[in-house]
Ligand binder design. Sequence first.
Ligand code: FE2
Length: 160
Amino acid sequence: MDIDRSLEIRADAVARICLELKSLLADVFVLYLKTKNFHWHMRGPHFHDYHLLLDEHADQLFAMTDEIAERSRKLGGATLRSIGDIARHQRLKDNDKERVPAEMMLTELLADNQSVTTYLRSAHEVCESSNDVATVSLIENWIDQTERRCWFLAEITEAE
Ligand SMILES: [Fe+2]
């Protein structure tokens, strides 16, 4: 029986997908560290709740990193190698400010998680048009998790 070559992931598509995944991984590391930063430096009357919420979000983000990196390797591509490599690929901005009020922390995390949702949707398009159904399926889960973080952050910031 002949193999339908039209269903294969072409080499140029692999390169595009792995580049998408590399940028995505850089952003997820940036958001992971920012979420931990705000978890560590949280202050104010809601310290306990926010401190715990951000730790939960950081755990989800950290779990994503290995899945993103290993997906590239499964496709035969490379992934990030260093902190410098993260800095070269990140689209999200760091926040090195000494004092950030609690509400501003949550507002910024909401905006960053919304940006990640957009990046995920754009990566989804690239993978879908290249027959990469496995990455598509992973991305759909990551979008759902990211939208859950957005939901929690939006409910808190709107109530503030
Ligand atoms: Fe902690």
